[in-house]
Ligand binder design. Structure first.
Ligand SMILES: NC(=O)c1ccc[n+]([C@@H]2O[C@H](COP(=O)([O-])OP(=O)(O)OC[C@H]3O[C@@H](n4cnc5c(N)ncnc54)[C@H](OP(=O)(O)O)[C@@H]3O)[C@@H](O)[C@H]2O)c1
Length: 275
């Protein structure tokens, strides 16, 4: 089965459009806060601006000035702004300090220490969208994780670590193994998984020898290979050998953007509720 991200993203955008359609006033803004963005960051920012335009949400690019921490604090206070994305990497700026200054409620990417810590206690405002996108795809296609062995390859703060916490939650109840570049017997850990999540960033990393006919494969990787966007999984080889797999592109990535805008909607609703 193909775990296509398109109907999942479509469902989320339909929720957002319904909310926007019922709004009595103009929605607040989403701010992209950056400092000397590189080309790939610019491309990413443009895609968010474009998606916001399609939805009717105003997305503003804000370049860091002399005192980025104070600028973030002003955005925290602004009644016109419901979400702030701090674009990584922030050049010539202490990124950790800037991210820490952002309020949990406007941290639509779930990057602040408060939101990341909240994933452990179940008190987060927002989890990182990529981790949540994986959960949303599994939910959409009725893949239960209860009692299943999940192997996540990759331990980043945006994907592997928060995803492990979401999967461990009571009620989700997966048994999770997280792997990284120093993991011993990686292939054995991948092979024994009921569900494999690959977030490594290397094209062709997961091959057909590593999977079985009951494996469910979630490919988070986005890699440029031979002028094309591909995941970590050798899709052509692996797809016929497994029970279910996400495509790249058209899988986790497009759901991630939809989740980001859903977070923005939630934050906007909370703000309007407080007005
Ligand atoms: N779909 C989306 O929306 C989305 C969002 C974010 C990222 N991504 C993509 O997901 C991929 C990972 O992103 P990231 O930000 O998590 O990357 P990252 O911070 O570079 O993390 C990569 C992880 O892979 C591990 N790794 C590298 N080589 C390995 C090997 N040979 N064996 C086992 N583990 C290995 C690293 O281990 P160490 O920790 O030991 O170095 C690290 O934990 C990239 O392709 C990125 O473009 C997609």
């Amino acid at each position: 089965m193909l775990l296509d991200g398109k109907p999942v993203a479509k469902m989320i955008y339909a929720e957002i459009k319904e909310w926007l359609g019922n709004l009595q006033e103009k929605p607040p803004k989403l701010v992209l806060f950056c400092s000397e963005p590189d080309d790939s960051t610019k491309t990413y920012m443009n895609s968010i601006v474009k998606r916001g335009g399609k939805l009717g949400i105003s997305v503003e690019i804000c370049h860091a000035g002399e005192n980025p921490v104070e600028e973030i604090k002003k955005l925290n206070e602004s009644r016109d702004v419901a979400g702030v994305m701090i674009m990584h990497p922030l050049k010539n700026v202490d990124e950790k300090l800037v991210v820490s200054a952002l309020s949990l409620e406007k941290d639509v990417e779930g990057r602040t220490p408060g939101n990341l810590g909240g994933i452990m206690t179940g008190d987060e405002s927002f989890a990182p969208p990529t981790a949540e996108a994986v959960m949303e795809i599994l939910r959409f296609y009725d893949v239960s994780l209860s009692g299943k062995d999940v192997t996540i390859v990759g331990r980043s703060t945006t994907v592997g670590k928060p995803l492990s916490m979401l999967m461990l939650k009571k009620g989700i109840d997966a048994t999770v193994t997280i792997c990284h570049s120093r993991t011993k017997n990686l292939v054995e850990k991948i092979k024994r998984a009921n569900v494999l999540v690959s977030a490594v960033g290397r094209a062709g990393f997961i091959t057909k020898e590593m999977v079985g006919k009951d494996s469910i494969i979630i490919d988070v990787g986005i890699n440029l290979y031979d002028g094309k966007i591909v995941g970590d999984v050798d899709f052509e080889q692996v797809e016929p050998e497994v029970a279910a797999i996400t495509p790249v592109p058209g899988g986790v990535g497009i759901v991630t953007t939809a989740i980001l805008f859903r977070h923005f909607m939630v934050s906007s609703r909370r703000m309007v509720g407080r007005r």
